[in-house]
Design a protein around this ligand. Structure first.
Ligand code: HEM
Length: 131
């Protein structure tokens, strides 16, 4: 992986427009895919605020403007997920939607690969119960 990708993933991925497309497709898939029902049912009927927040979070997490943090304070994403039981099935359903959204919206290349590696690790770290 080149140093430029390492230090500016946000820019290498295509910035705000690319991340907005990614999260829009991600939540549309969560809404549509039968395999995602296990996590869809944990979310509010309207996915609009989740979509906006995930975009804002990714923005800062990838080295772009820290939009989530400036609105809500330190992300503490694992703590914020404690109200939801997240095991292997929930992690995998979340990653299924994200993998398809990645394939459909981000051009293949080292930036996408680096982002994917980090997303998989983050989703795994979000697990808060066995099984
Ligand atoms: C890389 C992994 C993940 C990231 C980056 C992420 C990110 C986020 C963000 C930014 C929010 C909004 C938090 C807020 O209210 O301020 C959120 C909410 C939520 N997340 Fe995740 N999440 C991840 C994994 C998961 C997984 C595996 C599940 C599986 C159940 C999950 C379920 C939820 C639910 C149920 C909400 C509440 C949404 C609502 O308000 O309706 N998340 N997540």
């Amino acid at each position: 992986m080149s140093e430029a990708v390492e230090t500016d993933l946000y820019g290498a991925l295509g910035g705000e427009a690319a991340l907005r497309q990614l999260v829009a497709r991600f939540y549309a898939l969560m809404d549509e895919l039968p395999e995602a029902y296990v996590i869809r049912k944990l979310h509010q009927d309207d996915l609009g605020s989740a979509r906006e927040k995930l975009f804002e979070y990714f923005s800062g997490w990838l080295g772009g403007p820290p939009l989530y943090e400036s609105k809500y304070g330190h992300p503490r994403m694992r703590a914020r997920h404690m109200p939801f039981a997240i095991g292997v099935a929930e992690r995998d359903a979340w990653l299924l939607c994200m993998a398809q959204a990645f394939d459909e919206t981000l051009p293949p290349g080292p930036a996408r690969d680096a982002f994917w590696e980090r997303v998989v690790a983050l989703a795994d770290w979000m697990r808060n119960r066995e099984g």
